[in-house]
Design a protein around this ligand. Sequence first.
Ligand code: PLP
Length: 399
Amino acid sequence: MFVVQEVFFFCVLVSIWNIRGQYLVRNGQYSEKLAYADLSVRLAPPHLLQPKPDVRDLVFGKYFTDHMFKVFFHEDLGGWQAPEITPLESLVLHPASKALHYAVQAFEGMKAYRGKDDKIRLFRPELNMQRLNHSAKRLGLPSFNSTQFIKCLSRLISIDQEWVPHCETASLYIRPTVIGVDPTLGVATSRSALLYAILCPVGSYFHGQVSKGVSLLADPSYTRAWPGGCGDSKLGSNYAPTIHIQEKAEEKGLQQVLWLYGEDMQLTEVGTMNIFMFIINEEGEKELITPPLNGLILPGITRMSILNLAHEWNQFKVIERIITMEEVCRLTSEKRILEMFGAGTACVVSPISNIHFLNQFLHIPTMEQPSPLYDMILKSLLNIQYGYVPNHPWIIKVE
Ligand SMILES: Cc1ncc(COP(=O)(O)O)c(C=O)c1O
């Protein structure tokens, strides 16, 4: 009888300890455990180092650098384990891993730029980390310490620094990714996760399209995100269902999809970019408009930076509000749209020339403006990213 009681109390204690552990993990108490001080480095042997492609041959996401970053999270082992930098290698996942069945996967897209002074710079990386933590939370994955992760990424980039292109038409794309690797079927919290990062040198995203402007398919029968959904998180599951629609756009000779939402056909995003419209308003003033962060839209770091710059310039009105297709049609016929453009890390700014909407082509005169706003924004952002603006607060140098 005494033994049974002892076993019972032992089981109760273990359960309380487990519940406490899960509480701490879910509330970010273990996030401090992702520590740069614990980082180990295993370098690729010289004979396995890959040749670097010519900058003119760079295709987005095709070539990868020699090393990668990895850190596992195991709830049963107290949270984040020791991070490591290893040669770029395939991942071994249990076939039941939650990432493979329920799309427990979130990612980021950011870049490192080599300036004219040969220094390598990151652009507002803390915002990417904030967004990745936000996305991970939506998937029930653990949070991590942003500062420690940025330090680990900086070390990875400095190891592969020769992969950061030596020119200002290219950069090094950074893809931090977090996946649920719990090897159990069942739609439930993943008690194990893997946070990793890979790097690839990239050239221009749209390969010369900037000089012509992109043409968009606006088909109201497709929706990317909806209220209460995950449009404001960067989850792989937001992107897979868009591929088929992107194919439809390409079949029609168009480059991107203009994502609409609702009965009034609100413009939400363009491809994988935030959208901006520059118009003459009812009062005859110039106005830059972008849809508000209402949960349907990814809070782009380029979007936020453009809004920050535009407010600072104070040369035209800057407004975050809903734009509908009815308004775009009306403003086009009244010749009050000056420019439309997409904005995102991959392409920075991508001017829009045409919208294919319900069997009609709406021409947007972005490329006909004598000194277009999109170009002023593009140049200002590139100047910051490539180090022409000294000590800019948005820049973190890779030491
Ligand atoms: C759907 C979507 N919207 C907008 C953006 C632009 O975000 P950012 O400027 O942070 O790259 C991206 C790119 O990450 C995206 O995938």
